[in-house]
Write a protein that binds this ligand. Structure first.
Ligand SMILES: [Zn+2]
Length: 376
């Protein structure tokens, strides 16, 4: 793994989305693994990259099974605003069982869907996020998971889902959460459980079908359309305003020119990049409507901005690049692939009074809420 020669992350506010909430890691949503594809009437494959948790953490901590969720009596959570949108048209989605098999550090582990979601939401967003934003995250994560449970998306592990954010979604057990949250464990867990509980069974659908509920940490001013990142247009994954305003995340990532040339030539030998960098090296050829780099020249070839993001580990494709002698500096806006729900944008909407249904409908165009039903 490369390391930035130098790198700074600045935030225009302390509001952050993703697993860096506790500041222990820099890995927010970094991209997408597997894409949604439509074949035979099914959406196949899905998502995304959740914040990187656990990748280089110690792997010897035991994962305790999550205890069954029991909704806390409302009298015990007086400060928690409860959002109670319901399916607009009585939509229901049927699955065979509420039990899911999750690959946790490679070990298949059975648990209730709603219990699993507590570990996902806790890993994916800061517990301090607005309640409605946590609710929206819970629905997005539940929808993602339901798509896998319905065999319309596949996990590399062979289980329905895994805890590798490069494949599925981040997940943290109670023992991991205790390590992360320390004395705030009870308070934070209650916030997460409340969000999962208040949205219990709710998923997002488009024309009655579960959606590929992509999400990311921060998109900057606007999200990205799915076809710009995954070469497949989905009607509910189109560019919309993200409402992040002054809180949007700006990251400067600095590399040596030699590092850039080395990495690019290793991934794209046809680029034949040499030092010193030529004037047209890293010349941006086009941007998408949302301002992300669509194509960029590298040596003797041109590649998509998303490919360069992957090669260099850039926070987003919404970047500007400055070459200054031996130094190349990328200034990235937002964090993640930019498709679907922006967690930071969701949090800002929640602050302004939107409930979770409004947040989801904003980021997933034309979708509705539906309720999961189980055959057994
Ligand atoms: Zn997986």
């Amino acid at each position: 793994m490369y390391k930035h020669r130098k790198g700074t992350v600045s935030h225009r506010s302390m509001v952050r989305a993703g697993s860096t909430a506790s500041g222990e890691r820099g890995g927010l949503h970094s991209g997408i693994t597997l894409l949604a594809a439509i074949a035979g009437g099914f959406f196949i494959g899905a998502l995304l990259f959740a914040p990187g948790v656990g990748r280089d953490e110690k792997r010897n901590a035991s994962y305790l099974p999550l205890t069954p969720y029991t909704k806390t009596a409302s009298s015990e959570e007086p400060s928690m605003e409860t959002a109670e949108p319901s399916p607009a048209s009585g939509n229901e989605v049927y699955l065979s069982s509420p039990v899911i098999t999750v690959s946790i550090e490679g070990t298949p582990t059975e648990m209730e869907l709603e219990d699993y979601l507590i570990g996902v939401v806790a890993a994916e967003m800061p517990a301090s996020s607005e309640h409605a934003a946590l609710c929206a995250q819970a629905v997005a994560a539940r929808t993602f998971t339901a798509l896998h449970m319905a065999d319309k998306a596949k996990c590399r592990s062979g289980c329905s889902v895994c805890d590798d954010p490069q494949c599925c979604q981040a997940f943290l057990s109670y023992s991991k959460l205790r390590e992360r949250w320390g004395n705030d464990f009870d308070k934070n867990l209650e916030r997460i459980r409340s969000a999962v509980g208040d949205t219990r069974g709710m998923v997002a659908v488009y024309n009655g079908e579960l959606i590929s509920a992509l999400y990311h940490a921060s998109s900057g001013p606007a999200t990205e359309s799915s076809e710009e990142v995954f070469a497949m247009a989905l009607p509910y994954l189109v560019s919309v305003e993200s409402c992040e305003g002054e809180h949007e995340m700006v990251t400067k990532q600095e590399f040596s020119a030699a590092d850039v040339v080395s990495r690019i030539n290793a991934a794209y030998p046809e680029a034949n990049m040499t030092l010193p960098l030529a004037p047209l090296d890293l010349d941006i050829w086009g941007r998408t409507k949302s301002g992300r780099v669509q194509l960029i020249r590298i040596g003797e070839t041109v590649i998509p901005g998303s490919d360069l993001r992957r090669v260099l580990g850039l926070k987003s494709t919404a970047f500007d690049v400055v070459k200054d002698g031996d130094t190349v500096t990328f200034t990235c806006l937002g964090y993640g692939h930019g498709v679907g729900m922006s967690q930071l944008g969701a949090n800002e909407m929640a602050k302004k009074g939107s409930d979770y249904a409004e947040i989801l409908k904003h980021f997933y165009t034309g979708t509705e809420l539906a309720r999961l039903k189980f055959d057994d």
